[in-house]
Design a protein around this ligand. Structure first.
Ligand code: NAD
Ligand code: UDP
Ligand code: UDP
Length: 318
């Protein structure tokens, strides 16, 4: 759908070739906007955006957000950062650099352009939480020198930069704390639990449960999450966030494995592997703020979202 020229925006999405970024771009393009996708393809893939090539409203820039970027846009979504523990721990120094320098450069850009900027923050800022479910006013319980710290502390520092640019320079910010999200276009070898379990179930391999599998996560389907991004971005300037976005349905990893086996009809077994360091024991968003301030809540139940994701993985041939 082409939008009237006057209401069409030019929007920068960093990390746009990744899982969430590519779904966000699809939604923005569907609304008739122009999109610039800046991505260094570290964990993202051209495959996620290949259907947009040739569209005059879409532009891809191979760019590392650790470097300054000069473009002219009306809005910025900053998503560039590896999200899977396997990927962000592969080069931890680069992960912190991406979070911190990426945020700094994109905030410098937003300051120059006087435009609104969205930050994809994370439930990881709560660390291994002592408060359950997690509300935005909880300050978190993060090990600053552990193997997850490159991501957790990088994202916490990015939040600090966002709020200091807001206070010091009046930058119009929107900070979302995203809880575990899954769906089509997650990379099958991404290492996150949903993609691992589905890939293993479809291949007839044992499902790898880390630890005893009693740890919990709350899984949000990607379309629900992207709707939350758009609602937050369109909210009044006073609502800076942070706002939790996620699905409050909470499951143990054993329950998740059982659901994946049921939906794939796989005869795989489960096997237990050691629990990674600092793995949070439980995680569930309190989304009262998002419900009240944005009128947002997730709609897709886990079984439906998993079924759609399984369909995608069945057709993936890389
Ligand atoms: P993803 O790994 O699929 O996407 C990240 C994208 O960022 C990739 O395309 C990658 O190539 C790009 N990228 C990484 N480093 C970059 C750099 N230095 N310069 C430019 N591009 C770079 O992960 P995702 O799940 O789509 O996550 C997107 C964002 O959402 C991330 O910021 C992540 O921290 C955040 N998030 C995701 C989840 C989730 O469950 N999916 C949860 C919390 C937060
Ligand atoms: N920056 C950028 N694009 C711009 C404007 C700034 O990438 O259009 C970068 C800039 O190179 C700097 C960062 O954003 O590294 C912060 O910019 P700011 O102007 O806030 O700080 P300063 O340049 O004064 O250090
Ligand atoms: N996990 C698992 N098996 C796997 C991958 C992950 O049991 O093959 C567990 C992991 O230990 C964690 C949870 O699943 O407790 C979610 O892990 P993921 O890497 O998806 O995201 P996290 O929430 O830890 O960032």
């Amino acid at each position: 759908m082409a939008r009237l020229y006057e209401s069409r925006k030019r929007i920068l999405v960093t990390g746009g070739a990744g899982f969430l970024g590519s779904h966000l771009i699809d939604k923005l393009m569907g609304q008739g906007h122009e999109v610039i996708c800046a991505d260094n393809l570290f964990t993202g893939s051209k495959r996620n955006i290949e259907h947009l090539h040739g569209n005059p409203r879409f532009e891809f820039l191979r760019h590392d957000v650790c470097n300054p970027l000069k473009v002219e846009v009306d809005e910025i979504y900053n998503l560039a950062c590896p999200a899977s523990p396997v990927h962000y721990q592969y080069n931890p120094v680069l992960t912190t650099k991406t979070s911190v320098m990426g945020a700094l450069n994109m905030l410098g850009l937003a300051k120059r352009l006087r435009c609104r900027i969205f930050q994809a923050s994370t439930s990881e800022v709560y660390g291994d939480p002592e408060v359950h479910p997690q509300r935005e006013d909880y300050w978190g319980h993060v090990n600053p020198i552990g193997t997850r710290a490159c991501y957790d502390e990088g994202k916490r520092c990015a939040e600090t930069l966002f709020f200091d640019y807001h206070r010091q320079h009046g930058v119009d910010i929107k900070v979302a704390r995203i809880f575990n999200t899954y769906g089509p276009r997650m990379h099958p070898r991404d290492g996150r639990v949903v993609s691992n379990f589905i890939t293993q179930a479809l291949a007839g391999e044992d499902l790898t449960i880390y630890g005893d599998g009693s740890q919990t996560r709350s899984f949000c389907y990607c379309d629900d999450l992207v709707d939350g991004f758009l609602k937050l971005m369109d909210s009044p300037p006073e609502l800076t966030g942070p706002v939790n976005l996620g699905n409050p349905g909470e499951f143990t990893m054993i329950e998740l494995a059982g659901e994946v086996l049921r939906l794939t009809g796989s005869r795989s077994k489960v096997k237990h592997l050691p629990l990674p360091a600092d793995d949070p024991k439980q995680r569930q968003p309190d989304i009262t703020l998002a419900r009240k301030a944005l009128g947002w809540e997730p709609k897709v139940p886990l079984a439906d979202g998993l079924a759609r994701t399984i369909d995608h993985f069945r057709s993936f041939d890389d």
